[in-house]
Write a protein that binds this ligand. Structure first.
Ligand SMILES: [Zn+2]
Length: 81
């Protein structure tokens, strides 16, 4: 069971999400709020995956790693910055 946690950027309850097998993450927590300042303020868009899709970085935490925050690019992988 994961804790209920709120996104520190927008206050919305974060959703549990099972990372893709290749990511090596287990269940993680992600802020799915499209209005989240973290998401809207993503420093860069990823351009080489799906052109013109509005990918950005979502705020996420890894419960297996003491809820360490990280950035999740849409549903692909971690932001590189
Ligand atoms: Zn948020």
């Amino acid at each position: 069971m994961l804790e209920k946690r709120n996104c520190p950027h927008c206050g919305q309850t974060m959703n549990e999400w099972l990372g893709p097998p290749e990511s090596g993450w287990g269940m993680i927590l992600v802020c799915n709020n499209n209005e989240c300042v973290f998401f809207k303020g993503s420093p860069r868009m990823i351009r080489n995956t799906e052109e013109e899709s509005p990918l950005g970085c979502r705020y996420a935490e890894d419960p297996d790693n003491n809820y360490t925050p990280f950035s999740l690019v849409a549903w692909h992988g971690a932001c590189r910055d």
